[in-house]
Design a protein around this ligand. Structure first.
Ligand code: ARG
Length: 600
């Protein structure tokens, strides 16, 4: 329907131009096509496409209803095969079902996993930064939302034809890292993660928690000691560097395990310890050029007054008076290194909304430094995510550990499989449970628009009916079993070799399903444009609901046509439609990181 939609937009525009010319032969028709909007009528009985005529009332000096009347009659005369109706201020079109059915079905089956690629971003280069953890603790629920968004948006952009380069910045230096190191030295010296049988990043996180305890008892002393460790680190003290390397190694090892488990990957990982000096250099050369200034206390600052931001300070420190760098310093260096490494058209930073100010200032500074590409930097700011009160707080008491959460989801999914006594029929129940957990997690996290805060409700996310990942996976598994039955079941012998005849798909449930499938390219383009995977999750839910209705209303194995031959063809064609649905479910599911399951 996607291409039909564009075609009909053109037809409607040319009819409107005709009306305008008739009224005033000297009038200019420029730009009319740009204000023709196609809508999907709320009730399919009204038509497949609807064109509101309000925007033309002024130009044509007629009421929208009069225009609709005239436009519909012109279109009916030019396209006798189509059904065009004026309904109040709307021109509604009923698409020729046979053509659409045959086009959609043939396209999906022949293109397979390439079906739906809209090609709107062909050749465009996007760099996407996401995850970007610190190496002092394991990933938490907020990171899981970040990872899901970054990976999903990258896949969506790629599906639209873009060249996508996924990057991560690991903030592996600074006083927060030294805090874990200090606690290690004091309380765990000589120990290894394996001594406690914990994931290595968890062990580092445990050290960090221990530092917090220590600091509660010795507030000033603890911070001073951590700062001293940072000074040693910056001075290149061998013992401090060795411990830093070991502990960062543990943190990274654990992070990588979680990335692998959740299907997240990167083309390049940057490390703050390798880019912060470049940031320092840039700030110093900016001072020489007079872009930055030295404050009374000796720190190097940028003047923010031209930015006109409320509430915040008029200046931002870029290098402290003792010459040490701050958070934004490394980001200046990292951005420049990245553009040198892989010149991008657009760079997207997936980072929480609490850093909006940081990115505004960062982009402003890069622009001041003369980098034109600073205009192409985009902060995809996402909201907070929490669990419903009282559930699964980490020992630190503030954040929800990512690994723990996935383990809980997996165990709950496995318990449900056992309860339904499905363990025997599944070839690998544990693997299915793991994939259900990931499907539940990712779908739930992506279903909310990125900018909104949200609550993650584990129980709800796992529900098998409703707008959830497992519900989609269940649909996929159901279709897979139908497709297996087609090959194996003797009942299918009667229609296995019958021809596929898309024109036979005339039931309203079939028509709705076909129309929904045909909107896929449009859906993905919108998701890419708005950088919003929830547009894809909504589509997936819609496909599943339409399939459910189709499956209920239109028997596949016992289809009834006007003759034996026709019944066989109808069965065969419905099967083809089911296959098309599974192709689209798998493809769109992949865009939102929901694993496709052939059995469940
Ligand atoms: N590691 C930082 C944090 O945990 C986030 C880094 C975001 N990315 C960036 N380029 N600053 O707060």
């Amino acid at each position: 329907m996607d291409s039909s939609k564009d075609l009909w937009r053109e037809y409607v525009a040319s009819a409107l131009k005709g009306i305008l010319k008739e009224a005033d032969p000297s009038a200019s028709c420029d730009g009319i096509e740009n204000i023709v909007v196609a809508e999907i009528p709320p009730d399919p009985a009204m038509g497949d496409l609807g064109f509101p005529m309000f925007p033309f009332a002024k130009i044509l000096r007629k009421s929208p209803a009069q225009i609709a009347e005239k436009c519909a009659s012109l279109l009916s005369a030019s396209f006798p095969d189509a059904s065009v109706k004026a309904a109040g201020p709307y021109v509604n079109i009923f698409l020729p079902k046979k053509d659409v059915a045959s086009k959609v079905l043939t396209e999906i089956i022949s293109l397979g996993e390439d079906y739906g690629k809209p090609g709107v971003l062909d050749g465009k280069r996007f760099m996407v930064e996401f995850s970007s953890p610190n190496t002092n603790k394991p990933l938490h629920l907020g990171h899981l939302r970040n990872d899901a968004l970054g990976e999903s948006i990258s896949r969506i952009l790629k599906f639209c034809g873009a060249d996508v380069y996924k990057v991560n910045i690991i903030n592996d230096r600074g006083v927060h890292i030294c805090k874990s190191m200090l606690a290690y030295k004091k309380f765990f010296n000589g120990k290894q993660p394996s001594d406690f049988s914990v994931k290595p990043d968890r062990f580092v996180g445990d050290c960090y928690v221990k530092f917090n305890d220590y600091s509660k008892e010795n507030p000033e002393k603890a911070d001073e000691e951590a700062k001293e460790l940072l000074r040693l680190w910056e001075a290149g003290d061998p013992e401090t560097l060795a411990l830093w390397k070991t502990m960062n190694g543990w943190a990274l090892e654990g992070l990588m395990q979680t990335y692998k488990r959740t299907g997240i990957s990167f083309d390049k990982i940057y490390f703050e310890s390798e880019t912060y000096l470049k940031g320092k250099d840039e700030v110093l050369s900016g001072l020489e050029k007079g872009i930055f200034f030295k404050a009374e206390d000796g720190s190097l600052c940028v003047d923010l007054s031209p930015l006109n931001m409320d509430l915040k300070a008029e200046r931002k420190v870029l290098l402290r008076s003792d010459g040490t760098s701050v958070y934004i310093t490394q980001d200046i260096g990292t951005a420049i290194s990245r553009h040198n490494d892989w010149s991008f058209d657009v760079m997207i930073y997936v980072v929480g909304s609490e850093q909006q100010y940081h990115f505004k200032v960062l982009f402003y500074i890069l622009k001041l430094l003369g980098f034109d590409w600073a205009d192409q930097l985009y902060h995809l700011s996402y909201g907070m995510v929490n669990l419903p009160e009282g559930k699964m707080k980490s020992r630190e008491g503030t954040v929800v550990d990512g690994d723990d959460l996935i383990n809980t989801l997996r165990d709950d999914a496995l318990a449900e499989i056992r309860e339904k006594e499905r363990t025997e029929t599944l070839s690998d129940a544990k693997d299915v449970a793991e994939k259900v957990a990931l499907g539940a997690l990712h779908y739930y996290l992506l279903q909310t628009s990125p900018t909104k805060d949200m609550l993650f409700n584990p129980k709800e996310s796992l529900s098998f009916n409703g707008n959830t990942g497992p519900y989609l996976q269940y649909m996929g598994a159901r279709i897979s079993s139908i497709l297996r039955r087609f090959v194996e079941d003797s009942k299918a012998a009667s229609f296995r070799d019958a021809p596929v005849v898309p024109e036979l798909l005339t039931d309203p449930a079939e028509w709705e399903l076909l129309k929904t499938l045909s909107s896929y390219p449009d859906v993905v383009s919108r998701a890419a444009e708005n950088r919003d995977p929830s547009i894809v999750t909504a589509f997936l839910y819609n496909v599943s609901k339409c399939f459910s209705r189709f499956y209920h209303d239109c028997p596949i194995f016992d289809a009834e046509g006007n003759s034996g031959k026709e019944s066989a063809s109808l069965s065969r064609t419905r099967l083809e439609l089911a296959k098309a649905v599974s192709i689209v479910l798998k493809s769109a599911g992949n865009l939102v990181l929901v694993p496709f399951l052939t059995e469940m």
